[in-house]
Write a protein that binds this ligand. Sequence first.
Ligand SMILES: [Zn+2]
Length: 376
Amino acid sequence: MTARRLFHRITVVDADGERPDAWVLVDDERIIEVGSGPAPAAAERIDGGGDVLTPGLIDLHRHGGGGHRHEDGIDGLRAAADLHAAHGTSRGVASLVAAPVETLETQLAAVAALSRTDRRVLGSHLEGPFLAVDRCGAHDPAHLIDPSPEVVARVITAAEGTLRQVTIDPRRSGALRAIELFREAGVAVAVGHTDAGYAEARDAFAAGATLLTHAFNAMPGLHHRAPGPVLAAADTDDVVLELILDGLHVDPRLAAALFTLAPGRVALITDAMAAAGAPDGPYRLGGLPVRVENGRALVDGTDTLAGSTLTQDHALANARALGIPLPSAVGALTLTPARALGLDDRLGLVRPGYASDVCLWSADGVLSPRSPEPRP
Ligand SMILES: [Zn+2]
C-alpha cells in the first residue's frame, strides 16, 4: 500500500465547478476520497491555506521546453516534461514535426519507451508529415507527404500503441481512408495545417476526425462567406478545438469568442517549443532554425510563428484575463484535453478514482503552481 497524502483547507476547482473548504485524499496513483468538513487521517497532511487545487494540467500538443526539443530523444523528452511540470502540467503529449518517415519511426519509438516508465508523457502526436505545403507553418515542406496506407501502418507500428493523435490535411490524397485507419488503431485524428473549407472539414469529422489542430493557425480563418474549418469544428458535436492562448497566435477577443462558439470543447494547448521557460535566442524546431525574441518564436528570416514559448499556467492566467470563469478555464486545461484522448474516465477531474497528480496553486495575484509539484 502506498502512502496517503491529504490536501486540506483547499478550494477544489475542476470542470464541474468550485468547492470551497474541501479536502482531497490521494495515494501515489489515484484520488481516494474528496470531501468537506472533518478530514480523515493521513501519513502526510498538506495545509492549502484556502488555495486552489485543480487536476494536473494536460497538454495535447507541445514540442519541447526548458531549452530541450522532443527530437532530442528520451533526455529531451524528459527535460521538457520537467519544465512543464513546474508550470502545472502533469501530463503532456509529445508532438513531433514533419521529418522523413524513418526519422519519425525512431522518434515515435523513443516516446513509446519513455511513456512506459514516465506517466507525465502520455504518448506522441504526429503533427507532420500529412500537412498542406501551403499551410506548413514551421514544418519543413520537403518532408510533407500523403497519408498512404503503407505510411499510416508504419507509424502506427513504430509507436507501439502510444500514438495519441495525428494531424491530417483533409485535402491530402487518401486522407479520409487514413482517418479511418488511425481511428481503428485508437488514434485521435485532428484536422489541421490545411486549406480545407467548411465542407471538406465536415467530411473529415464525419470520417472520424475529432480534433482541430491549433484553431485559426495554419488554416483559413472565419470569413462571413467562407466559414472554414474552425466553424466546421465548432458545429460538430464532440470535436475538440485546440487553442494557443498566448496573446500572439490568436487575437484575444476571437479567442474569447471561441469559448462561446464551442463551450466545453476548447482545449488550451501550449504548442511550446524548446524556448518555453528558456532565454530568447536561436533554436531549432525539428530541422528548421528558429529565432526567439521577447518570447515570440519565428522561423528564422520569416514572420511565420514557430510554436510558442507558452506554459499552461500562463494559458490559465490568460483565460482568466479574458473573463472565462475559473471552472471553464480549468476544464479547458484538464477535462477537455482528457476527453479528446478518450482518457476522461481517469484524467481531468478531482474525483475518486481519478489520477492523483493534482496541482495546488498559490492564489496571491496570478495563480501559480506551488509545491508539491506533480510527481512523475
Ligand atoms: Zn505544433
